[in-house]
Design a protein around this ligand. Structure first.
Ligand code: DQA
Length: 154
């Protein structure tokens, strides 16, 4: 089972970017902890970060063909990208939306996600642990889907 971990704009700056909001860990450190849990759970993970909306759309579409689930932090695109929302809705695999910060406890413009209605669920506010919780959720969702597929064949 392969799971894509997709990071949106400015997340490449983690560690240096507003550490009082996002903490001091880097994206590489987050990826390493996700990789470690993935090994424990016996799943494969791949990572991709982009500051470009179209690249994120492309990667979601590819994951729809090749991955069992996606963990997605859309960054600021969360709040207004209908192209990303449509891509999440278009692919046949579950997408777990992730945020490091609690977007509901921040500025008004961050309290709305246009991605959430198309996602399987959302995890927000637990720092790097948001990604680990999302991985567990993604693995469970993907496993459930596999079982449903097998049942449909009987
Ligand atoms: C974020 C929250 C967004 O509002 C912000 O634009 C980000 C990061 C988070 O992980 O907390 O870039 O998605």
């Amino acid at each position: 089972m392969k799971i894509l971990v997709l990071h949106g704009p400015n997340l490449n700056l983690l560690g240096r970017r507003e550490p009082e909001v996002y903490g001091s860990f880097t994206l590489e450190e987050i990826n390493a902890s996700v990789q470690k849990l993935a090994a424990e759970l016996g799943v494969q993970v791949e990572f991709f970060q982009s500051n470009h909306e179209g690249e994120l759309v492309d990667r979601l579409q590819e994951a729809g063909e090749s991955c069992a689930a996606v963990i997605f932090n859309p960054g600021a695109y969360t709040h207004y990208s209908l192209a990303l929302r449509d891509a999440v809705a278009a692919i046949p695999v579950p997408v777990v939306e992730v945020h490091l910060s609690n977007i509901y406890a921040r500025e008004e413009f961050r309290r709305h996600s246009v991605i959430a209605p198309a996602a399987a669920g959302q995890i927000s506010g637990f720092g790097p642990d948001s990604y680990l919780l999302a991985l567990r959720a993604a693995v469970n969702l993907a496993a459930k889907k596999e079982i449903e597929k097998l049942d449909a064949k009987d």
